[in-house]
Ligand binder design. Sequence first.
Ligand code: S3P
Length: 442
Amino acid sequence: MTKETLTSSKSSALSGQVKIPGDKSISHRSLMFGGLAIGESVIHGLLEGEDVLHTAQAMREMGATITCDDQNIWRTQGVGIGGLKEPSTIIEMGNSGTSTRLLIGLVGGHNITVQFSGDASLNKRPMNRVIKPLEMMGATFTSREGGRLPLSVSGPETLKPIEYKLPVASAQVKSAVLLAGLSAMGKTTVIEETPTRDHTENMLRHFGVRVDVETLEGGTQVISIEGQKDLTATEVHVPSDPSSAAFPTVAALLHAGSEIKMDNVLMNDRRNGVYITLQEMGADIRFENERVEAGEQVADLVVTGNNPLKGIDVPAIRVPSMIDEFPILAVAASLAEGTTTMTGLEELRVKESDRLLMMYEGLKACGVNLEMGEDSLTIHGNGQPPKGGVKVKTSLDHRIAMSFMVLGAVSIDPVTIDDGAPIKTSFPNFIDLMNGLGCKIA
Ligand code: S3P
């Protein structure tokens, strides 16, 4: 991928109404489940970002028929449980950890061998977290040291169902085990102490699969599915991605006089942690027209820059519901009045980059007063814009890139990033959309 240097300069108040692209988690799952289901599924509002296009291509290489018409309506013809075929070449997954981990689960339930490879960021990310439970089910792996990509996964003739307690709060691991369990003979159970995003559960149900969820005292979830039951094709409407919407949201909050509106944003309570946190910091964010669409809670968001933000302690229990939003929250905290503490962030170290380190180094270079711990970030804001005026390293991480473009819109001097190309993995029209609201990103 060619590197794209981008610079963001101070802008005035933001205004306008925009449509944020489709939710990435739901988009991946629509293509995977549609690619498995019997019959034709129709997907509206799919995120056409590079990560999701990698999922589409991988499913095609394993036999699913996936098309997109000129109205951006996607259609899938699935192969049925057990019907994935062995691809003839290595499947390239680009930057996409979610596609890779979920597909490893799907493939592990098929008696085929598939090799996956990724870009420099994905090839560094830990895959043992999915290798381990899948080996317990009978799949076999060859990988680089430490369970890194490129790796090869072979499903056994008959997959054993397991009961698996998640060692990390990860929706990707939960999903990989459940997706393998679709092919197992019997009941597969995943136990999660800290609830993570539940799109796999919700969407499997939407595709006609029974998913049993029991909530134990203390909030532990026990999620079970019975294997060897086919998915039924259906229609999916993908709401806007709350993780993407967080970037214009923070940009608007940080400019007095701003008012922006974003319709139909996913407000699943396992995804909305950043909005609750920003409201606790004093942000004026309104959820209008709250409703349930295709089984998911959605709302129209109105965000203004009317209120100054103040520092708070973010409860660690909330981390899974805002796991991807800490980079942009750190930007908001840098301009808040007072100290913001964020703890329980160990998973940030194994995202597309070590996000804790990237935010610490980038913000420090921009003149923000902050400290980093093993799994924490403490930011001392004084309600004033930081200096900026530096070039920040992004390490193939779309969310680090977008966060510093938002910081550039408020810092005294412009902020440059070494590479904005990865933004296309999740938010292809980010620059045009932000500039349309009043930002100055070039
Ligand atoms: C995702 C789960 C999260 C999140 C990722 C998308 C998903 O990862 O960071 O962007 O769609 O299941 P983890 O499950 O590893 O926390």
